[in-house]
Write a protein of this length. Structure first.
Lengths: 604, 401
């Protein structure tokens, strides 16, 4: 995955492009570059962070240009492989996000025709393809070239012969038009240009756009004009910045009382004791289906596992949770099944592939995502937004809790539609949901306590998280957070599974974090802790404020407040996020940009 | 000649009203500040406008669009970052070479705009009682020697009024301008650079209404309402009485028993009464309801807000989409009759007003019999519970019980 941006207008393009790239660097940050058209087309690119590359780029005259921040997929991290990539005559520059599957074959043909390649990227093929067919009209050339491409791409092209014009095209990779005044933008994501405009148009798969400073033309793959409505984005620029926190991740952890409000906004009705979603979501949930399959990757997968507990607890619907990358290889494509895809970005390649597959098999599809207008929202029958605002930290935090709550709301709604939940119970849930931000705020205030506990974790080379029932997926997510940002090897286990193997790994240097929130499994968890203690491993218990017994069993205790058993998982998730954050911080890790990871994974 | 209007600022000193709108969109006597400037500039003969926008720019654009309703052309430039007036004016380099600049949050008069359009007129100046808060100008005859920003002991009381007439020579000066101590690129610094070589002429303004703090809206409102002529596009019941100049917008109804003592402005689609008392210098926006046994005096009530049952609102500004519960009252005078001070953005500010009610942001709901003390500053989306007593500065989204 990479970040791309294009600009044409009245400002110096250099500054606009670099600024936009800095906001896109969550999409990749191993190398970056820009191309600006002044009297000639000039390209500057290098390996490293944008801030460092910026220093090497001289002042460039020119108000049209394109830029790219890279996260390598084809070709190593080198200056030659950084984008923009150029045609042989260096008059056409392109930036690309995605993968060209047939690039080898195209490359061979082009080499035979005399084209000289300087990089190992799949992208360079596109530049030469355009060059090959170019005869004075860049739009036509891009059309002709793209017709030959197989794979996924968002491409932005400029040509020295036609300055003040940028061409964009997308298939299965995001590309958004920013509609400005006397200027226009193209980018992988909105924060890149949000400072200059909050009016956007989303391109759909296969669409082209031709952009000048005063006009935007959108064409479909058949070159027919498409009319699009502008949408207005209501995030503030501030929302996309750190607002005083040392890391985006910490900011986003602290956003959670607010984002929980946001998820619930307009969906809870205390008076009518019901949950409201948009009409088409409700229609979908009210329709008859034999089972629900939830598909997701990474953190969203763990949120989905929590969702399974909720739905099966509250309704009679059987739920299967699957990793998107695996679901494609099994699962009956039964049209009576409802497929729910959970993806923060709405662009996760594996999840999108499942969605397309499910749709083709006639299954009903619902997406839970944070990004309106994302590819997933446009494929699925309907979607529910988690309404959490942009998440910049690579490690998902606020969107995880938002996904859990959305899934809970969804299961409550299904229960109401199926008549499996009484109104008194519903009322209790609604009250507890409303209280939830308060409990989360309470946990956030215990940050010093959690930081002190991180001291016991920071020198570990390996750590285990255990839980039972709904605490099990929370343990998995807790372990994921720790390994993602602190690089400590961490695994989550169902507490009952320890003795079936993982026990062999326990030593006195392997801390075990035990989540003990469920009354029904309390005694079993205490027994598990006893077994672990017998092997000499230190145990950090995560237990309720009211729990007076736990000190007798665990070495250390982290406490959380909560009145509702079913919602405690949200509060614990926040606590474990803080634990991972402080541990990583004590280890001086690059928290917002963990090595080898990117925010949303748009390759399979 | 083009007219550039600076409309990008947030106006932090106008909190809580500017949490949800840019400063230039604050309504005075039924129109946003920016529209007063636009209509005055149109009357002065300007037809081609460039609005520099940034903070909540969509609201400016949605309201003014391309300028057709005013028979003018309006285009927009987004400033991107709030880096100061010089940065904002620098934006227009590719669009204008001989142009008038108006600070969009100060109301200028038609005659003065006409005067600044003349050849030997570059800088609008005016006199004020508190020059230390402005840029003080050093003049020789009508020639500008220098502008000194916010000096504690200013040499004169003639200040820069925020109205300029520039040609392309300003752009090189803007590029040379250095960042000021308060962290912005200021047009006054660019002008100081110009004075070394060029002769800049000052024009003394006849009208000048600077609105800095929310209560200044009440002063400006009073002054502008004094000039309005009666108009009625709605319906006045025969059992209602209306005196002095009163404007009533389309589809508004004035119900029996209502007594309106002008000057008063009432927007479109309002329901006024029955049995309420609206006192002079009150502006009521569109889609509002002032109900039974309510008294509103010297106040601004913005669109979609209700003062519905047994309320008193005096010397106050109420944002959009507010609803006062039955019996909610706003105090506007201290027992000791002293001047009222408020807490704004955490700091104490003396308003120099003996009478001041509350400044209430958008989307505020109050319960029955809530009591709001003098000088209360209430952020947007605040809930005030039944019987609650409100004092001081309330942050947005707060819940007061």
């Amino acid at each position: 995955m990479c970040g791309i941006i294009g600009y044409t207008g009245f400002r110096e393009a250099r500054a606009v492009l670099l600024d936009g790239l800095k906001r896109l660097d969550y999409r990749g940050y191993d190398s970056a570059g820009i191309a600006v058209i002044g009297t000639t087309l000039r390209v500057y690119k290098d390996v490293g962070e944008i801030a460092n590359i910026e220093k090497q780029i001289p002042a460039l005259k020119g108000t049209t240009g394109i830029g790219h921040t890279r996260w390598a997929t084809h070709g190593g991290v080198t200056k030659e492989n950084a984008h923009p990539q150029l045609s042989c005559d260096k008059k056409i520059a392109i930036v690309h996000n995605g993968i060209i599957e047939n690039y080898q074959k195209l490359k061979e043909t082009l080499i035979k025709k005399g084209h000289k390649f300087v990089s190992q990227t799949d992208t360079e093929v596109i530049a030469h393809l355009i060059d090959e067919v170019y005869d004075g009209n860049i739009e036509e050339a891009v059309f002709a070239a793209v017709a030959k491409l197989k794979g996924s791409y968002a491409i932005v092209v400029v040509s020295e012969n036609e300055p003040e014009k940028i061409i964009g095209v997308r298939k299965e990779s995001p590309l958004v038009i920013g509609v400005g005044d006397n200027e226009n933008f193209l980018a992988s994501d909105i924060p890149a240009f949000l400072k200059y405009t909050n009016r956007v148009m989303f391109l759909d798969d296969g669409e082209f756009c031709v952009i000048t400073k005063n006009a935007i033309r959108i064409l479909n793959a058949q070159k027919k004009p498409v009319h699009k409505k502008e949408e207005v984005i209501n995030w503030d620029v501030k929302d996309a910045e750190k607002s005083g926190f040392p890391h985006f991740m910490l900011k986003e952890i602290y956003d959670q009382p607010e984002t929980i409000h946001q998820v619930l906004r307009g969906r809870l009705s205390e008076i009518e004791q019901t949950i409201t979603f948009s009409e088409d979501v409700e229609k979908l949930l009210a329709s008859k289906f034999s089972a629900i399959h939830i598909v997701a990757c990474g953190t969203s997968y763990y949120a989905s596992l929590v969702g399974k507990y909720f739905i099966e607890q509250l309704t009679d619907i059987p739920v299967e949770v699957a990793l998107a990358s695996e679901y494609r290889y099994y699962g009956s494509r039964n049209p009576s099944v409802l497929v729910i895809a959970v993806t923060q970005s709405g662009e996760t390649a594996d999840t999108i592939a499942v969605l397309k597959d499910a749709k083709n098999s006639g299954m009903r599809t619902l997406v839970i995502t944070n990004v309106i207008g994302s590819t997933a929202t446009r494929i699925a029958d309907s979607y529910i937004l988690t309404q959490s605002g942009p998440e910049i930290g690579v490690a998902a935090t606020k969107t995880f809790t938002a996904q859990i709550i959305t899934l809970l709301l969804l299961s409550l709604k299904s229960a109401v539609l199926q008549d499996t939940l009484g109104s008194a119970e519903m009322y209790t849930y609604i009250i507890h949901l409303k209280e939830l931000p308060r409990y989360v705020r309470d946990v956030l205030q215990r940050t010093d306590e959690i930081k002190a506990m991180a001291e016991h974790l920071k020198d570990a080379t390996s750590a285990f998280y255990i839980g039972r029932g709904v605490d099990y997926p929370i343990a998995l997510e807790g372990a994921l957070k720790l390994k993602e940002i602190s690089y400590i090897h961490a695994e989550g286990f169902a507490a009952g599974e320890l003795k079936h193997g993982p026990f062999a790994l326990l030593t006195k240097d392997t801390p075990v974090i035990a989540v003990i929130a469920q009354e029904a499994t309390y005694d079993k968890m205490i027994a598990n802790i006893g077994e672990i203690k017998a092997r000499g491993s230190p145990v950090i218990a995560v237990a309720e404020d009211k729990d007076t017994e736990i000190e007798k069993h665990a070495d250390y205790v982290l406490r959380f407040p909560c009145e509702s058993k079913s919602l405690s998982c949200v509060v614990i998730a926040v606590l474990l996020q803080l634990l991972a954050y402080h541990t990583a911080n004590l280890r001086h890790c690059s928290i917002d940009k963990p090595r080898n990871l990117a925010k949303s994974v748009t390759v399979e | 000649m083009k007219c550039v209007i600076l409309a990008a600022g947030e106006g932090k000193r106008m909190h809580p009203l500017t949490y949800t709108r840019p400063k230039v969109m604050l309504p005075i006597a039924g129109k946003p500040i920016l529209e007063w400037n636009l209509t005055n500039a149109v009357r002065a003969g300007l037809k081609d406008f460039l609005f520099i926008i940034n903070y909540k720019s969509g609201m400016v654009r949605d309201y003014f669009q391309d300028g057709k309703p005013w028979n003018v052309k309006i285009s927009y430039i987004n400033q991107g970052k709030p880096l100061g007036t010089a940065h904002a004016i620098g934006m227009v380099e590719s669009f204008a070479y001989d142009f008038v600049v108006l600070c969009g949050d100060t109301i200028f008069g038609t005659t003065d705009i006409k005067n600044i359009m003349k050849k030997d007129a570059q800088l609008g100046v005016t006199t004020t009682e508190n020059p230390s808060q402005y840029g003080v100008v050093d003049l020789e005859g009508d020639l500008l020697k220098a502008i000194y920003e916010k000096e504690p002991n200013p040499a004169s009381n003639i200040i820069n009024a925020g109205m300029y007439h520039f040609d392309a020579s300003i752009f090189p000066a803007i590029k040379k301008t250095k960042i000021s101590p308060r962290g912005e690129f200021e047009i006054t610094d660019s002008i100081n650079l110009l004075t070394h070589n060029d002769q800049l002429h000052a024009v003394h303004l006849k009208e000048w209404r600077d609105v800095v703090y929310p209560w200044h809206l009440l002063d400006a409102n009073e002054e502008l309402l004094k000039t309005q002529k009666s108009r009625c596009h709605g319906t006045i019941d025969s059992k209602a009485s209306v005196t002095n100049s009163v404007v009533i917008g389309k589809d508004s109804v004035i119900l029996p028993g209502t007594y309106i003592e002008g000057p008063v402005y009432i927007g479109r689609d309002c329901k006024i009464g029955p049995n309420c008392y609206i006192r002079p210098y009150t502006s009521i926006g569109d889609h509002c309801h002032i109900g039974n046994a309510c008294e509103v005096k010297n106040s601004i009530v913005m669109d979609h807000s209700n003062v519905p049952h047994q309320n008193y609102v005096g010397d106050s500004v109420i944002g959009c989409y507010c609803n006062l519960g039955a019996g909610t009252k706003i105090a506007n005078l201290r027992f000791d009759k002293n001047e009222i001070s408020v807490i704004l953005n955490g700091a104490k500010v003396d308003t120099k007003r003996r009478k001041l009610g509350a400044i209430i942001g958008d989307d505020v709901q109050t319960g029955i019999n809530a009591t709001i003390n003098t000088g209360s500053i209430i952020g947007n989306s605040v809930f005030i519970g039944p019987g609650a007593i409100v004092n001081g500065e309330i942050k947005p989204q707060a819940r007061i019980w």
